[in-house]
Design a protein around this ligand. Structure first.
Ligand SMILES: NC(=O)c1ccc[n+]([C@@H]2O[C@H](COP(=O)([O-])OP(=O)(O)OC[C@H]3O[C@@H](n4cnc5c(N)ncnc54)[C@H](O)[C@@H]3O)[C@@H](O)[C@H]2O)c1
Ligand SMILES: N[C@H](CO)Cc1c[nH]c[nH+]1
Ligand SMILES: [Zn+2]
Length: 423
């Protein structure tokens, strides 16, 4: 891996850039796809599936028999692993639902917030280069906990594990549609695919650009969750074989992934580099991982402070801290999607089954976005109740403010109650 030694801060912006296509270029490719689905509906989707996925689709929806039969195509060990992952993810996400707390802001004035599941949501499950059935759990489970009534799944893959996980997670409709055309179908609706209010899920650059574009048309999205990435901060206490394996675990996702190794130790960087060569040799997705490693770098820094500043500037989707007192270092991190502490917390566990969500912001968006959680699937409605006595105290305050804004109608709505019959 290319190593950069003590880069001055002025060079950091270049170091933290991702190998993504120019946003304008990709939008120019994706916009006509959205338009085709918008204007031609199912027929447009079929043509795009043939063009980009080389698949001739009769029905866009997975037939009920295929969904029901999926479990018979999987071996018992995989089903049992999926069910254990389901339980862990469910347990972690269930704890995110907060009961409504009623707050009395003044005597007789009570306010609270109610969480309501978004009625219709769309979940995109990547399937171009690998059938990511784990993503079905990551999106379907919080949707179920939030109480979303309609959960519409789109994926380019017909892998039975996706369909098995979909039934387990309570998905209500599932379609074999991938890429930007899937996002368009969910955003605008077609004869077969229901239009939804919010679209979730990771995907390649086409999928992510499509989500950003439909967002401009008023469809809510979770966040930009594009090509996977990981940053590892490792010191002399790290195990080079483990670090190399963690870097390759995300490098193998696709050619536009990026991994970053930050260390205060040149010996560690050299040892990880040697392990990378050895481990790459027998990786089935060697070609994809090699391309990602080509986009990546190891950065030798002078101090922990410099490492933390660089990592906060990078804002990694995943950050592994393989350093002494990792938890203390993690407290200094303000930009990251998800953090993994110590030598025995491989990022892969978060990808599949520890309990946290793997749908996370990439490309530096961890500076302003969180990963998916139950919160992403709910809206919060505020509710308030004011007693007659409460209005006598609060009313004059509101009247003063309303008159100062020259909004006499607002003032009257209070006065008419406090001075009954005057108007
Ligand atoms: N950030 C996260 O939370 C997260 C989680 C899981 C996966 N991921 C990322 O998701 C991505 C999955 O990508 P993938 O490609 O395997 O599957 P994908 O399902 O995202 O994309 C496949 C679709 O892309 C479309 N496509 C392919 N080439 C195209 C082209 N030239 N023009 C227009 N459309 C085209 C096709 O329709 C195809 O169905 C990876 O980059 C992975 O790193 C991210
Ligand atoms: N690492 C991905 C998130 O960037 C999630 C995933 C699914 N399967 C394997 N990995
Ligand atoms: Zn992964």
């Amino acid at each position: 891996m290319k190593t950069i030694t003590f880069p001055p801060r002025s060079e950091w912006p270049g170091l933290v850039a991702r190998p993504v296509q120019d946003a304008g270029d990709i939008e120019r490719k994706v916009a006509p796809i959205l338009e085709q689905v918008k204007t031609q509906g199912d027929a447009g989707v079929r043509e795009l599936a043939l063009r980009f996925d080389k698949v001739e689709l009769q029905s866009l929806a997975f037939p009920e028999e295929e969904l029901a039969g999926a479990e018979h195509k999987l071996d018992d060990s995989l089903k049992s692993a999926i069910r254990q992952a389901y339980d862990n993810i469910f347990r972690f996400h269930k704890g995110q639902l907060q009961p409504a707390e009623k707050i009395e802001t003044m005597p007789g004035v009570t306010c609270w917030r109610r969480s309501v599941g978004i009625e219709k949501v769309g979940i995109y499950i990547p399937g171009g280069t690998a059938p990511l059935f784990s993503t079905v759990l990551m999106l379907g489970i919080p949707a179920k906990i939030a109480g979303c009534k309609e959960v519409v799944l789109c994926t380019p893959s017909d892998h039975p594990a996706i369909l098995y996980a979909a039934r387990l997670a309570g998905v209500t409709k599932a379609f074999r549609i991938g890429g930007a055309q899937a996002i368009a179908a969910l955003a605008y609706g077609t004869e077969s695919v229901p239009k939804v209010y919010k679209i979730f899920g990771p995907g390649n650059q086409y999928v992510t650009a499509a989500k950003m574009l439909v967002n401009k048309d008023g469809i809510a999205i979770d966040m930009p969750a594009g090509p996977s990435e990981v940053a590892v901060y490792a010191d002399d206490t790290a195990v080079p074989e483990f670090v190399a394996a963690d870097l390759l675990s995300q490098a193998e996702h696709g050619p536009d992934s990026q991994v970053l190794l930050v260390s205060t130790s040149q010996e560690l960087i050299t040892a990880v580099d040697q392990c990378l060569d050895i481990q790459l040799a027998d990786l089935p997705r060697k070609e994809l991982a090699t391309q990602s490693i080509g986009n990546s770098q190891a950065i030798l820094v002078q101090s922990e402070e410099e490492a933390v500043d660089l990592l906060n500037a990078y804002a990694a989707e995943h950050l592994i801290l393989s350093v002494a007192d990792a938890e203390a270092v993690s407290e200094k991190i303000i930009n990251a999607g998800s953090i993994f502490l110590g030598n025995f917390t491989p990022e892969s566990c978060g990808d599949y089954a520890s309990g946290t969500n793997h749908t996370l912001p990439t490309n530096g968006y961890a500076r302003q976005y969180s990963g998916v959680s139950v919160d992403s699937f709910v809206k919060k409605i505020t509710v308030q109740h004011i007693t007659e006595q409460g209005l006598q105290t609060l009313g004059p305050i509101v009247e003063t403010m309303a008159l100062a804004e020259s909004l006499h109608g607002h003032q009257r709505a209070v006065a008419v109650r406090n001075e009954k019959g005057k108007f």
